[in-house]
Design a protein around this ligand. Structure first.
Ligand code: 3MF
Ligand code: MG
Length: 357
């Protein structure tokens, strides 16, 4: 990309649009125990979305049209239009649609990279349907979380072939709709042992392999970067440097364990500050990019307290944005010139703690 957005001068705080997905208000089941809360209807999730100050929702294809594999194209279109009306009534937009390619019996061993050609075909057909649903919802973006693209044992698949299979699948999606933008959401593991596109570097590289790289970008999720042992702010910067960071899933993660999707800033405020900083300084959001919060309700929350993680994460983003804007840049630059990183470290921590001096 030859046109990098300008560095934003301190004080010029950006405006952001925030979103989350219906799965972010869930019933609390985990692999070791059943649901602990009642399901919340889609219209109620939308009402909460608006009330909490979010601007849009994200969807899996079957969040919008449940059990879509059993439905005709006409029926899928009709149900998607109903969801569009619900969104409009709530004063919300749809950010993206993501094909849920990890539930079907056809995708047990992967979707685009399954060893069974019929299953690969299912995955591409389902992705095309997800694009049709996106169009009905007014979303211009398809997100690919490549959940099962990889292996449980390395010898079961050919890794070079896998990369090209995903490229071919993306090319088929680009050809299906000349307007759609496709974002790759990498994650290094879970559910597979070893994902074939584990990091943002892999996702950006894959974008350049496709037939229309300008329409293929990436989505950085905080927890996924941390699971890869990387710094989420650096991953965002890498995507920004390539002009390919088109969405984010902010949350937090306490190191190398199961994917936690904790509230934004919950584990590491400084790491969260650096994410807000890199977005704000490089004009993220000024071209319509959304700030998504992919955060999970703690299983311990009671029914009537099941949206506080969303409220808290949004408030944390805004609080850290104030910290970004009020950072003393001259002082920081002076400490960098002096190579006094011990003092810079102290200044940043005191700034985050609100300690003067
Ligand atoms: C998995 C995720 C997913 C994706 C979602 C949309 C449950 O770790 O983060 O959220 O974000 O499927 O792509
Ligand atoms: Mg996510």
């Amino acid at each position: 990309m030859d046109s990098q957005p300008a560095y934003t001068p301190p004080g010029a705080k950006g405006e952001y649009r925030f979103s989350f997905g219906p799965w972010n208000i869930d019933e609390g089941a985990d692999p070791f125990g059943p649901p602990v809360r009642q399901p919340v209807a889609m219209a109620e999730k939308m009402r909460v979305c608006r009330e909490l100050g979010f601007h849009g929702m994200q969807f899996h294809d079957d969040d919008a049209v449940p059990e879509l594999d059993t439905k005709s194209a006409a029926e899928i279109g009709r149900q998607a239009r109903q969801v569009r009306r619900l969104l409009e009534d709530a004063g919300l937009e749809a950010e993206f649609v993501a094909p849920r390619l990890w539930f079907s019996p056809c995708t047990i061993d992967g979707a685009y990279t399954s060893n069974d050609p019929q299953c690969r075909q299912y995955a591409v057909d389902r992705s095309r349907t997800a694009i049709d649903i996106a169009n009905e919802l007014g979303a211009r973006t398809l997100v690919l979380w490549l959940a099962r693209e990889g292996s449980y044992i390395r010898e079961s698949k050919n890794p070079r072939v896998e990369v090209l299979q995903i490229r071919d699948a993306i090319d088929a999606m680009l050809a299906h709709d000349p307007q759609i933008t496709i974002l790759i959401e990498p994650k290094p593991n879970e559910p597979v042992d070893s994902a074939i596109i584990p990091t943002i570097g892999h996702a950006v590289g894959l974008a350049y392999l496709t037939a229309d790289p300008a329409r293929v970008g990436c989505l950085v999720e905080t927890a996924h970067s941390i699971l890869a042992g990387l710094d989420p702010a650096d991953d965002m910067a890498y995507g920004l440097a390539h002009g390919k960071l088109r969405s984010v899933h902010l949350n937090d993660q306490g190191g190398l364990k199961f994917d936690q999707d904790k509230s934004f800033g919950s584990y590491n405020l400084r790491r969260a500050f650096n994410q807000v900083r890199v977005l704000e300084e490089y004009g993220y959001g000024r071209n319509g990019e959304w700030v998504g919060l992919d955060v999970k309700v703690m299983r311990t929350q009671k029914q009537d307290a099941n949206t506080k993680h969303l409220r808290n994460s949004l408030a944390m983003f805004k609080a850290l944005l104030d910290k970004v804007v009020s950072l003393d840049r001259e002082r920081e630059a002076e400490l960098i010139r002096e190579r006094d990183y011990e003092e810079l470290d102290r200044y940043l921590l005191h700034h985050l703690l609100g300690i003067a001096g």
